[in-house]
Design a binder for this molecule. Structure first.
Ligand code: HEM
Length: 536
């Protein structure tokens, strides 16, 4: 008779082979492989023990420990397909390290560190590589875009299809058609009217707070979320009027994103978690999305909002996407469109406090385009005739997380770390780490903030490495809307107000408190709102 340990080891080797080949993660498969199989082994070897309890303890312990060792051994062995790629040892064994970095908002520090240490291609998980090279953009995202990886699977709510969670390209392209109709110049014209209303609320709120100290990062959050309410659902969320997050939306979004980003990096955990009823921030967000969708359907809209396009309201009812899918894409719009724009705007106010000369130059451009007393709401002028405004915006638009895809057949997830490219001297030089808008201007010579003059030929400016809105089929659907919003807010505020650092606030705290958790957690950015006195 075979020794019982050999039988148990054979069982766990068999289960490991199944996991390696099929990666099953459903609850029934997990119960079968991790509980039922060892139970059968207990039944098989129980006679060799003095009691069934002892047999169960010994078999389960041997089975699970040996299974774990098989997994670890293989992941660090030279036979693993990614064995030749360098990376932190612990990352070869488990993805938990990177998942926790995201959850704790430490990705911003972690990725530069590992790429500086290990090079342009780093193994950041048992089956995952991170790239820091512009060539990878074309190979992964553009030329023959690789299919989306399991990272995206968690974005798909049950019974619904959310655009960015659609891993099937054909299905994604079909849904993206609705989004593309929602971002044509004609559609964006309608959103411009909504934006004007939001700008009026913002200006009014700042007028009322002149001379006061406010957290401008929070106010940018209210602004962008209010705009998304109008643009997506023709409904005011009312944060600007209230001067606070009355719906708890920003808080729910931040907490939900923290959980989602963690789960996205450990996709096998999603199956079991999705079986649980939504709780905490997910409950808040889902209930709000359902209510917004219902209310919008009943109420209708006086002009074409995003919902109009996503719900295909011009089509016969039987050809429209399901209510659940529109609900899911509505959440996506509010999530994808609010934190990103608010972060870009907050960064800009921060940069202007660090570099007052840049703010002065921008205000000169604003004044010559929109003289004092005139409205700043001719948005086409902002996009076409204000080069310095557009140069300022570009370096402030961050792309805080990575778009992973996956290689088939090895099931390796790969990602290009775009924020690192934006700060890489091979693509942007000089001052790759500094806010220096001039690099985005087309000039024969450039003067750096320290007074050094360089020629166009000396400037390194590789636009192919600049991708704040990503690229390829899954690029940002709201790019044009976001740019219009950021330009409009800057013009409206800087034409009328001087935004100065609040006394006692340490600007270094802004950078210290930034955390990438799928959305960017921003700490406070305390400023004094002052009436702007125009220099003659
Ligand atoms: C400064 C502001 C913004 C930035 C930097 C930004 C950036 C991005 C990036 C990098 C992606 C790709 C993400 C990935 O592949 O994982 C993306 C996707 C997306 N963004 Fe934006 N975004 C911004 C504003 C907006 C706005 C205002 C909206 C909506 C009105 C929006 C809607 C979307 C949607 C729907 C997707 C998913 C596209 C798809 O999967 O086909 N974004 N965004």
């Amino acid at each position: 008779m075979l020794d019982h340990n050999v039988v148990v080891l054979g069982g766990s080797l068999f289960v490991w082979r199944i996991y390696k080949r099929l990666e099953p993660c459903s609850i029934p498969a997990t119960l079968l492989l991790l509980a039922a199989i060892p139970a059968c082994l207990v039944a098989h070897v129980k006679d060799q023990y003095s009691s069934i309890v002892l047999a169960a303890i010994s078999v389960y312990a041997t089975f699970w420990i040996s299974l774990l060792l098989f997994v670890v051994q293989y992941r660090i062995s030279p036979f693993h397909p990614l064995a030749k790629f360098p990376g932190p040892f612990v990352c070869k064994i488990t993805k938990i390290v990177v998942a926790n970095k995201y959850r704790n908002g430490e990705a911003r520090a972690f990725f530069p560190e590992v790429h500086d240490r290990y090079g342009d291609v780093v193994r950041i998980g048992p089956n995952e590589l991170s790239f820091r090279h512009a060539d990878a953009i074309t190979s992964i995202l553009i030329k023959e875009p690789l299919p989306k990886g399991p990272y995206y699977v968690t974005r798909v709510p049950k019974d619904a299809y959310q655009l960015d969670g659609m891993v099937d390209f054909a299905q994604h392209a079909q849904r993206r058609k609705l989004w593309n109709k929602a971002v044509t110049p004609a559609a964006i014209k309608d959103y411009a009217e909504m934006l004007k209303g939001v700008l009026a609320d913002l200006v009014r709120a700042f007028e009322e707070r002149k001379g006061e100290i406010v957290d401008i990062s929070a106010w940018m959050g209210y602004t962008s979320i209010d705009f998304m309410g109008h643009m997506a659902y023709s409904q005011s969320f009312g944060l600007l009027k209230a001067g606070c997050d009355i719906l708890g939306l920003l808080d729910a979004q931040a907490k939900g994103a923290e959980a989602i980003t963690w789960m996205s990096h450990i996709p096998w955990i999603v199956g079991p978690l999705m079986k649980l009823p939504p709780s905490g921030p997910f409950k808040v967000l889902l209930e709000l999305a359902t209510k917004l969708t219902r209310d919008r359907i009943v109420r209708g809209a006086s002009s074409k909002d995003l919902f109009h396009f996503l719900h295909a309201e011009d089509e016969p009812e039987d050809q429209r996407p399901s209510e659940k899918s529109v609900e899911a894409d509505g959440v996506l719009a509010v999530g994808a469109g609010s934190d990103t724009a608010a972060t870009a705007l907050s960064h800009l106010f921060y940069f202007f406090m660090r570099s007052p000369e840049c703010k002065r130059r921008l205000q000169v451009e604003i004044d010559s385009t929109f003289p004092a007393g005139e409205e700043t709401t001719d948005f086409s002028q902002q996009s076409d005739s204000m080069p310095y405004l557009n140069a300022c915006i570009r370096p402030a638009i961050e792309f805080d997380y990575m778009p992973p895809s996956s290689f088939v057949p090895e099931d390796t997830q790969v990602s290009v770390n775009i924020p690192l490219l934006h700060r890489d001297p091979r693509y942007f030089y000089p001052l790759p780490n500094e806010f220096w808008p001039d690099r985005f201007l087309n000039q024969a010579t450039y003067v750096t903030p320290s007074g050094e003059t360089i020629t166009k030929e000396q400037l390194v400016h590789d636009r192919s490495a600049f991708l704040p809105f990503s690229a390829g089929p899954q690029n940002c659907a709201g790019r044009a809307i976001a740019l219009q919003e950021v330009r409009a807010v800057l013009c409206a505020v800087l034409q009328r107000f001087d935004i100065e650092k609040a006394e006692g606030f340490d600007l270094d705290d802004w950078d210290r408190n930034l955390k990438d958790c799928y959305v960017t957690h921003r700490g406070p950015l305390m400023v004094k709102i002052k009436h702007r006195i125009l220099s003659s």
